[in-house]
Design a protein around this ligand. Structure first.
Ligand code: ZN
Ligand code: ZN
Length: 342
């Protein structure tokens, strides 16, 4: 066994151990996230909200933000990402806060049936943009990443894919808005709590808990804002986290051949955003972005909107498409050896 192969196997062992740890810790992450959300909302409405100006305006606004934050977290945990082979849409009628699908027929989109390939790990046939999640051990439609902080009721970690990616991004957006608001308007209160002027602390909420919540809120507002910006950058470019890595490789190969790589899923920033959130022409009304509703994506994952005149990426040749990582015996090498965090 070559030295490089030994090193590779060692890395794979570490990677597998990390998967098992995040898998086991998933339900705890969810409990922690729910507790933090509850404490944050309680402390905001007990301490900060009563001191805000124009309560007739700010109270309904703050309630709406909190509802969206909790609602989208609930959806991203409960709605399956869209596993290849599951029959029917995971977003069905009758669910909590579900609304009927919009007619997409009126929109002028170049919808192309997805190319089908076979996964080398679970051997399922799958459409393009689906990838294998090694933690779920299944292929997921428009797989983005596996998130240990979201979990289904079963306590199993949850993937972010076609059916829950919208909720994931909206949850982050509302979380950033809520924590930023908490940080800005909670500042005078945290000063009082820090000075330990307990006589001046008249709120029915423990000051030490408020200080802890404030610090967490400050850290979260910055960290999640960076994550949100990175995700939105990908959405605006019409690519998932996995595809962003693939596209870098395609662009490099195309450049070496003197060609230019064009991502055929990139329909322009505005169209990419409206398709991702499924609003605007042929989709749901824009105001649905401000409500914690469970909505369908524009596709079932077996047909995708491509840039006009392109039915596949430009600059990528037939058979060059990168696939998920191969088994443990392979590393690097051929086009299937791009072993990444899937
Ligand atoms: Zn698979
Ligand atoms: Zn997964």
């Amino acid at each position: 066994m070559t030295c490089a192969r030994r090193v590779f196997r060692c890395f794979r062992c570490v990677e597998r151990a990390a998967d098992r740890i995040t898998g086991a810790a998933g339900p705890w992450f969810v409990c922690l996230a729910i507790s933090l959300l509850a404490i944050g909302i309680l402390s905001f409405f007990i301490v900060i909200q009563p001191t805000l100006p124009f309560p007739w305006l700010t109270t309904p606004f703050c309630v709406l933000i909190a509802l969206n934050m909790v609602g989208h977290y609930y959806h991203v945990c409960i709605v399956p990402p869209g596993f290849v082979g599951d029959t029917g849409s995971p977003v069905r009628g009758g669910g909590f806060l579900w609304v009927a699908p919009p007619p997409r027929g009126g929109s002028r989109l170049n919808i192309v049936h997805a190319r089908i390939s076979r996964c080398r790990k679970c051997h399922d046939t799958r459409p393009e943009r689906a990838h294998h999640c090694r933690i779920c051990n299944r292929c997921v439609l428009k797989f983005d990443h596996h998130c240990p902080v979201t979990s289904r009721c079963t306590g199993i970690n949850q993937c972010v894919g076609l059916y829950n990616e919208r909720h994931f991004v909206l949850f982050m957006a509302y979380l950033v808005f809520a924590t930023s608001t908490f940080t800005i308007f909670g500042f005078p209160h945290v000063l009082i709590a820090f000075e330990l002027r307990f006589a001046a602390w008249t709120h029915p909420f423990p000051p030490f808990l408020f200080i802890t919540t404030y610090i967490l809120s400050l850290v979260l507002s910055l960290a999640v804002a960076v994550m949100l910006a990175w995700h939105m950058w990908g959405v605006a470019r019409g690519e998932t986290a996995v595809e962003a890595q693939d596209h870098e490789v395609y662009a490099k190969w195309a450049k070496e051949r003197g060609e230019t790589f064009i991502n055929s899923y990139d329909l322009g920033t505005r169209r990419n955003l409206t398709l991702f959130f499924n609003v605007g022409e042929g989709g749901y009304p824009l105001y649905t972005l401000f409500l914690p509703l469970r909505l369908k994506p524009y596709t079932n994952g077996y047909a995708w909107a491509h840039r006009e005149g392109l039915n596949r990426h430009r600059g990528v040749r037939e058979g060059e498409e990168l696939t998920d990582g191969d088994d443990d015996e392979e590393y690097g090498g051929d086009t299937g050896g791009d072993d990444r965090n899937r």
